[in-house]
Design a protein around this ligand. Structure first.
Ligand code: FAD
Length: 478
């Protein structure tokens, strides 16, 4: 992990992930998660960047099977689940977090949840980038909440671009082709039919290379004119043995649904913004350092360093989600009876102010933020694009700060958009500060890795006046 993360990984968190993944697997097995088997043993796929086949899976869809088992267990334990609500702000009791304010779009109503401990588990930056592989409802909220609450974000410049996101057939646009399939025999080819990965990564080709590097090689083929319309390379599924190919049930069925038979024809893929290695800084208990606030999964940062090894996203979520949950349960703060109305009033006051801002305009500004981030901090970055991006985000932010709304739906959009600008500024700002190339952060103006000056994290916090302040902090190596 440390090699794959280019040395920026927080070692105590790496140790926890390495040691506790096995426990997570055992726990899930006990809950009845039907991991795929082969020859009487649990099957393991060989993902890119990994030395050994070590990835467990469920052919029908790993994520949905895990969620099904965990939800069933939560119901058995009597956990209350409120659906259809979005968290739009945290409730604050001086320096501490005391719950969250939720928004129900269907009924345009607010609900507050009072909590002795709160866990941020709302994913990473997701749709902060135009054309991301993430679901539309993951939009950097957790990171914006953390900044507002006084927590720190680290490593925000490290955005991983998934190397093989489908761009054709159109109906499958945005579908990530599994890098595991490359381990099972799929090949990448450019417009002249060349298996270019053998040229750039001899003798392994598509294997033994981490995703971030593979994405760079694919992008270079496209940029240098060896791509196919509409701007990608061939993900050759026809070279995968039939039995292995059919084990990717959901991918095969989506391709067939779009009229492409993967045993005889292949989709076209290109890199797409995927996930962020950075996020909320946590300690070994999942605490953010803000009383009452914990973070886990993709909201939290530190374990992956400058690049996440394929397969580690899910293990991270399971291990650090559980860790944050356990710590939160242990550290429930005393009840705040009596002060609730003040706390709720403060949040509502922050939300609403007299004025009218069209909701469509707020949504348009969100799209503009996404486009600006994608242009400024794409797979290749330079001082020019990053400086332009910071100026662009600054302008949008000012427009949002000047906007007023006394209608709840548009006030909620405005609040979310303002938070997006904060997180966007940390992504672009960190990328500008880091004058080197490392892992998922590649500068065309600073192509070399600078071990002397840059084996450190970029950290961002929000000052009392709302300004974002950055500094570098040491990596914990013990
Ligand atoms: C296409 C794709 C393929 C992937 N493949 C793999 C893989 O093969 N192996 C692997 O290890 N990892 C993979 N990953 C990464 C892995 O899915 C993530 O690391 C993991 O899902 C992160 O879990 P999480 O719970 O932290 O966040 P998420 O799974 O992103 O969940 C966040 C949740 O928070 C909710 N949410 C967000 N904002 C709010 C809000 N304001 N209020 C209320 N709820 C909110 C969202 O609806 C969502 O349900 C993949 C990711 C994607 C997108």
């Amino acid at each position: 992990m440390v090699r794959g993360g280019y040395g920026l990984n927080e070692r105590p968190l790496v140790r926890i992930l390495a040691e506790e993944s096995i426990d997570a697997f055992r726990e899930l097995s006990v809950l009845g998660v039907p991991f795929a088997q082969s020859g009487g043993r649990i099957a393991q796929r060989h993902l890119s960047g990994n030395t050994y086949p070590r990835s467990l899976y469920i052919a029908e869809g790993t994520g949905s099977a895990l969620m099904k088992a965990l939800k069933k267990r939560a119901r058995e334990l009597g956990v209350s689940i409120f659906g259809g609500l979005r968290a739009i702000d945290l409730l604050r009791d001086n320096d501490a977090v005391a719950g969250a304010l939720l928004w129900k779009p269907h009924t345009a109503t607010l609900t507050s949840i009072r909590a002795g401990a709160t866990v941020l588990a709302m994913g990473g930056i997701g749709r902060l980038f135009a054309d991301s592989t993430y679901p539309a409802d993951v939009a950097a909220d957790a990171l914006g909440f953390a900044l507002d609450a006084g927590a720190a974000l680290i490593d925000m410049e490290f955005v991983q671009f998934e190397p093989v996101v489908t761009i054709w057939p159109e109906q499958c646009r945005g579908m990530e082709m599994p890098t595991a399939m490359l381990g099972d025999g799929a090949q990448l080819r450019n417009a002249i039919g060349e298996r270019f990965m053998l040229r750039v990564n001899p003798p392994h080709g598509e294997k033994h290379i981490e995703k971030a590097k593979m994405a760079l090689h694919i992008q270079r083929e496209i940029d240098e004119g060896r791509g196919l319309f509409p701007g990608g390379v061939i993900f050759d599924t026809t070279t995968v043995p039939r039995e292995k190919l059919e084990s990717y049930i959901s991918h095969c069925s989506r391709l067939r649904g779009a009229g492409l038979e993967p045993t005889t024809r292949s989709p076209i893929v290109a890199p797409g913004a995927h996930s962020v290695m950075g996020g909320v800084a946590i300690d070994e208990r999942g605490s953010t350092g803000v009383p009452g606030l914990y973070a886990g999964g993709e909201s939290a940062a530190g374990v992956h360093g400058a690049s996440r090894i394929a397969g580690n996203g899910c293990s991270d979520t399971l291990v650090f989600g559980a860790l944050a949950g356990r710590s939160a349960a242990r550290c429930i703060r005393p009840s705040y009876c009596g002060r609730w109305s003040g706390m709720e009033g403060a949040v509502e006051q922050k939300l609403l102010s007299s004025g009218q801002f069209p909701i469509d305009e707020a949504r348009r500004l969100k799209d503009e933020i996404r486009d600006t981030v994608a242009k400024a901090a794409g797979i290749w970055r330079s001082a020019v694009s990053l400086e332009e991006g910071l100026v662009g985000i600054g302008k949008i932010r000012q427009e949002l700060l000047d906007a007023r709304s006394d209608s709840l739906p548009s006030a909620v959009e405005l609040m979310e958009a303002r938070r997006m600008t904060d997180v966007a500024a940390t992504v672009i700002g960190s990328a500008l500060l880091r004058t080197e190339s490392r892992g998922a952060h590649q500068r065309t103006d600073f192509p070399a890795t600078d071990e002397l000056n840059w084996l450190v994290h970029n950290e961002y916090r929000k000052e009392a006046d709302g300004r974002l302040a950055s500094r570098t902090i040491e990596v914990t190596k013990e």
